[in-house]
Design a protein around this ligand. Structure first.
Ligand code: GLU
Length: 549
């Protein structure tokens, strides 16, 4: 067979050469040891938390080595694509402060562009044409029925499934047969003519898993689909070579494809990059664990964290503890440092699926929020609320000083830092009495059964006469008020003689607290009332009286 002639028959319009591509996309000049990594998602409109994890790791490795982190959009499957899927990916990652050095966005285009696979069709075809000229690729006209038939025979004979060896019948087509089919307009794919040997092994050394021996690839896999678009495998080899990636960090579902990828790089004459296969994020279930599923677990989607208002720092911090279990200890020893100062080690990454634990994330996040200043919280809440909680946004932007006071309230108690808030949606959940507009506020009163209706009414009515909101000794005033009603101002004394009183100052404060906030426990009540103001406080006392009546 004259392979040159075959290549011209299949690709009459492809004039470029691989040598020209080598020149157009030259090797990068970077310092010794610098890693060029990438994030290569498909724009399906859904970003999985595992994708964020992979992006964080790839970016971190690039940054800590003085390298480059870029975004490549793998949009070869048009059926799964959604409108603005690319914008969605870029925005979500930006919200987590994971910015790219290069990619398909304004300011990101370099000589290595285009960064979308759908715009690189010619590049792939140049490479396939060259393989074909060398007799390493051929057109295959097999129909779906013919492929099914091959599969049936292989299943019957208990042989490996796939297009290879004696089953790869299109390998044997003559030039004339191919020409006839092409002229008849028959659809075809282009396959690799694999030179692999059955029974031979390739050794792969993964930084996480160590040495792995895998069977050499013998399959004549599809390189170009019938629409001329490459498969993932071929696009991976071409793109990671010409974008000059030197470290491919990807999910371990691709581990088994390593022998094929190695073969593709070799046959194309490309230098093989290093690879790392990271294990997926799992969820505990019963005694075992399973992959976080898009269908079953809302927390599988990155959008969930954005919507709930987890600060990006918390999510990344938690993902880092999953990536390197020594991170936590390091952070404890270096409390003033952040993940940017930490050196991530690929070899210390978990070998099998790392557990994602929402309770742990909540703890990490409470800790993180407690390290923000009130002003920082304010800025972050504003950004979140503008999208996810319009009413809160209105309050925060219209009354910054009042809003800052509410932040201080739940952040600091006396000289202690409180750790109640893990995510911004907690604000209305825990402190609705501060943040929910009066007419929408639903209070359920956490009242101890020991209080009688009459008692509650008596206390609230007495308090309604003067709320002491201007007083510089509110607690002292409350003690006096209680005393007049028969409540002991001193808790210790009351404990010694409980029958001598109706209750103690604690009861007085609890009753007012529940009336105003619905809750038995809250941050400083005097400040709460001052923040919500006299009118709203009075309205709540009235409302409480009506409820208990
Ligand atoms: N588009 C592939 C995926 O989403 C990328 C895998 C890779 O990083 O090479 O799984």
């Amino acid at each position: 067979m004259d392979y040159g002639k075959l290549a011209e028959l299949i690709f009459p319009n492809i004039k470029g050469t691989v040598a020209e591509l080598e020149e157009r996309f030259p090797e990068r000049t970077l310092p010794e040891g610098a890693k060029v990594t990438r994030f290569a998602p498909s724009p399906t409109g859904y970003m999985h938390i595992g994708g964020l994890y992979a992006a964080m790791i790839s970016r971190k490795i690039a940054k800590q080595s003085g390298g480059v982190f870029y975004l490549r959009i793998e949009d070869t499957d048009k059926k799964r694509e959604v409108e603005d899927g690319v914008g969605e990916i870029i925005r979500s990652l930006k919200e987590f402060d994971l910015e790219f050095d290069e990619g398909p966005f304004a300011g990101g285009e370099t000589i290595y562009a285009p960064y979308k696979q759908s715009e690189r069709k010619e590049i792939y075809q140049i490479c396939v044409k060259e393989l074909m000229k060398k007799g390493l690729a051929y057109p295959c006209f097999c129909t779906a029925e013919e492929l099914d038939e091959i599969r049936r025979k292989q299943e019957e004979a208990k042989e490996d499934l796939g297009y290879y060896g004696k089953y790869a019948v299109a390998r044997n087509l003559t030039y004339e047969e191919i020409e006839e089919k092409i002229h008849a307009g028959m659809p075809y794919v282009v396959r690799l003519k694999s030179p692999g040997t059955a029974g031979a092994y390739v050794r792969y050394t993964d930084p996480i898993r160590g040495n792995i021996d895998m069977p050499e690839n013998i399959m004549d896999v599809v390189l170009l689909k019938s629409d001329g678009i490459p498969t993932y495998h071929f696009a991976h080899a071409v793109d990671d070579h010409f974008m000059r990636t030197n470290l491919v960090i990807r999910g371990d579902e691709w581990l088994a494809s390593y022998p094929l990828h190695k073969q593709l790089f070799e046959l194309c004459g490309f230098e093989l990059p290093e690879y790392v296969h990271i294990s997926p994020i799992m969820k505990a279930e019963g005694n075992g664990k399973r992959k976080l599923s898009k269908r079953k677990d809302p927390e599988a989607a990155v959008g969930f964290y954005l919507e709930q208002g987890y600060p990006s720092e918390s999510v990344l911090e938690y993902l880092m503890t999953i990536a390197n279990s020594n991170y936590e200890e390091w952070h404890m020893a270096n409390p003033d440092k952040t993940i940017d100062d930490f050196t991530l080690s690929l070899s210390k990454m978990p070998v099998s699926g790392a557990l994602f634990d929402m309770v742990k994330l909540t703890d990490v996040s409470k800790e993180m929020v407690s390290t923000f200043t009130s002003e920082q919280c304010y800025e972050k809440i504003l950004v979140w609320a503008e999208i996810y909680n319009k009413k809160l946004y209105e309050f925060a932007s219209a009354k910054k000083d009042d809003f800052l006071k509410t932040i201080d309230l739940w952040k600091i108690s006396g000289n202690k830092v409180r750790k109640d808030v893990a995510k911004w949606s907690d604000l209305t959940e825990l402190f609705g009495y501060l943040y929910v507009p009066e007419e929408e506020l639903a209070l359920s009163y956490e009242l101890d059964e020991k209080y009688t209706k009459e008692q509650l009414e008596e206390v609230i009515k007495a308090y309604q006469k003067d709320l002491f909101l201007d007083s510089d000794n509110w607690f002292g005033q409350m003690k006096l008020l209680g005393e007049q009603l028969g409540y002991c101002p001193n808790v210790k004394e009351y404990k010694k003689n409980p029958d001598g009183y109706k209750g103690s100052i604690t009861d007085i404060c609890t009753i007012v607290r529940v009336a105003v906030t619905g809750k038995k426990n809250s941050p400083d009540l005097f400040t709460i009332m001052n923040v919500i103001g006299k009118d709203r406080t009075e309205a709540r006392l009235n409302r409480f009286l009506e409820e208990v009546r």
